[in-house]
Design a protein around this ligand. Structure first.
Ligand SMILES: Cc1cc2nc3c(=O)[nH]c(=O)nc-3n(C[C@H](O)[C@H](O)[C@H](O)COP(=O)(O)O)c2cc1C
Length: 185
């Protein structure tokens, strides 16, 4: 978590549509690289993030099951796209559309992970927020974190089945592909 003392402020901050927030991790999700945009938006220095687990910027508004899906996908050596709300050092929220991939060395050994994040599509965000609220509500019915995660995943899977779609198709169906700035113009 951001810090045991940091609580969400309820404020949202954002970044420019032409900026990319980048971080890299080792195989355990420990941060090995963060670009300047990451540091500026999250409000940390490089020294504060390097060597820290990536849940440093976890926001309590994120359902556990989305991270389970992320890790299951990455560990199966596949890439994933996901909407994520993160928390700055001071407790503000910032939404991103993340593309997370496994990284390999020249011998094709799997050495870590890489995430590029852009400003989310504005038309997708209300749908994402509604879905995540449903997943969080489902997860909050369980005190055991594993059970909460399983229940959230089951609900997500159920919704995908009802719409006859899979996760990847669903993520891209959330937007008509207009970026935040363009759709506000
Ligand atoms: C490359 C990479 C990027 C990640 N980016 C984020 C991120 O931006 N925000 C976040 O909360 N978790 C991110 N995670 C997931 C975290 O490692 C972690 O699973 C998540 O914060 C949930 O933490 P928790 O299980 O302690 O609640 C990322 C993981 C990887 C491998």
């Amino acid at each position: 978590m951001a810090s045991p003392r940091t609580s969400p402020t309820g404020r949202e901050v954002t970044f420019a549509p032409d900026e990319i927030i980048v971080s890299k991790t080792d195989l355990r999700g420990v941060i090995t690289y963060a670009n300047d945009v990451f540091l500026r938006v999250a409000g940390y220095t490089e020294a504060e993030v390097l060597g820290q687990p990536h849940n440093l910027i976890r926001h309590p508004g994120m359902p556990r099951c989305v991270f389970r899906l992320l890790w299951d996908t990455l560990q199966a050596q596949r890439e994933i796209f996901a909407y994520v709300v993160n928390m700055t050092k001071t407790g503000d929220a910032y939404w991103v559309f993340a593309h997370v991939t496994p990284s390999y060395d020249l011998e094709h050994r799997h050495v870590g992970y890489h995430s590029n994040r852009r400003v989310p599509y504005a038309d997708a965000l209300p749908k994402v927020k509604q879905l995540y609220a449903q997943l969080l509500a489902e997860e909050s019915r369980h005190t055991n974190p594993r059970a909460a995660c399983a229940a959230g995943l089951a609900l997500l899977q159920n919704q995908l089945s009802q719409h006859g779609t899979d996760y990847d198709t669903f993520v891209f169906s959330l937007s008509a592909n207009t970026c935040l700035e363009a759709s506000q113009a």
